[in-house]
Design a protein around this ligand. Sequence first.
Ligand code: FE2
Length: 372
Amino acid sequence: MNYSFYMPTRLIQGQGCVRRSAAVFASLGTKAFIVTGKHFARKNGSLDDVTAALTEAGLSWEVFDEIMSNPTIEVVYRGAERMRACGADFVIGIGGGSPMDSAKAIALLYSQEVKEENLFSGSYEDCLPPMAMIPTTAGTGSEVTQYAILTNDAKETKTSVASDLLFPTVAFLDAGYMKSLGRATTIHTAVDALSHNVEGMISKRATVISDALAKEGIRRFRLCLEALLSWDGQTELPLEVREELLCASTIGGMVIAHSGTTAVHSMGYELTYFHGTDHGRANGLLMAEFLKIAAERMPEKTADILEALSMNSVKELGEMLKAILGPEPPLTEEEALRYAAIAVQAKNIKNAPFELTEEEVREIYRKSLVRG
Ligand SMILES: [Fe+2]
């Protein structure tokens, strides 16, 4: 039993935790560079809470709200330049995975000269500014990981900048910011969190600690399943359900910080890159077919996953995912072929504890999404 476990991010959870944490922000620096998207942080109250806490602490800030979903390399270089120009000395990321990942990449590029061809190299100087993260969706777990995932046009996929230096200093977990999230975003992000916990168990980097966390993350997703399946998106999802989903998501982040994501994410990135499929949805569409292979090669781990889900078979999991995600336009044979060729090259597919051939990857795409 050889393992190491490193999770340096301080977690502060609870309704109103941002507004109550002026002293925590004061400990990070004097001027905050707030990285977020155009609208959501204003709408859900998180940006107001941050600026109120910064004001109370006597700190100044600049807002950089240019982060799009699936952020580009260009936007993080631009953000870093802006951060240097405005004299900020710490970063606050507010939003889903895209703003939080961008905030980490901006912190990296602010602190040192990194040429674009070396951006994904993983070798950086040890001088990043402090980072606070405030997730406003429950799925990515980015608030507790050392990854920043960016769109990589050169490779026609998404690629992660990965370094222990990217672990945020502090994360504020307030599910109240998720109250107004719509059904599709809520479900897609929840399935992303499930995928992190599931893939984390089917990883050659899994440890006894990450598995213990993953089982708990899966169990917390399971607790929300009935509420999600019966929710029409018109009424508000109970706050307790939102809190469970955020908990599953943060746990999932801690899991993949150690185990990495594996084949499902490698394959899902192509659906996002070429079809704009939401990240979590893309994973959910492929998860059951991947687990059918895992069930043959790692039956005990798969049984643990099903037990945490209170399910009897991978088929049952597949049916649940179909029910929760709804129908998806099919892929063509040519697309399955092309995406498999890209996915087998991905870094994270090598985290799978058994080798997947290009043919097997194509079969996962075919069985999941090719019709006729
Ligand atoms: Fe993910």
